[in-house]
Ligand binder design. Sequence first.
Ligand code: SF4
Length: 191
Amino acid sequence: MVGADSLALIADDIRTCRACPLCESATQSVPGSGATDARLLIIGEAPGAHEDKAGMPFVGASGKVLDKLLHVAGVARSTVFIANVVKHRPPQNRDPLPAEVAACAQFLQRQIAVINPLLIVPLGRYAAARWIPGIKISSAHGIPQHVANYIVVPMLHPATALYQPRNMAVLEADFQALGVLYRTVLGDVAQ
Ligand code: SF4
């Protein structure tokens, strides 16, 4: 399990990282979790309060929405890996500062290198901009794009469905299409 060992080492490095001030206000780090051989990597922006408390990504209200969306996609959460752009919670859930994102970038890069997914799904404008600079998530959501060696499918953030319920239908349609794409890509690889 070389992949598991490497992800564990990255998680250890994240837990002891002091490269930006976010670690000082957070309860603990949230390195990410999921299958070490995941073909689908989901990337959020940053841990929230529930994630900070649990040390796990997407376990709060947004996590429940994500669970529902994965169900719609027909993809088991246990088969994907879920991480965030920054690994410690920003205070009061503010956006991470550019310097904090830059300081944390190496960890996500290392996780991607180990997992080597086929599909990357950034959630929300902030995470999507990491792959597609200047993206307008309101019009680009759900549209697969080739970026480097990956198929990147930017999505609205699941939290948007909590305060704008009409976004749930948009998310469900995009995740349903994602599930079809996922199975097609897996089938192509298996041949
Ligand atoms: S957010 Fe990232 S860069 Fe900042 S302390 Fe945590 S692990 Fe280090």
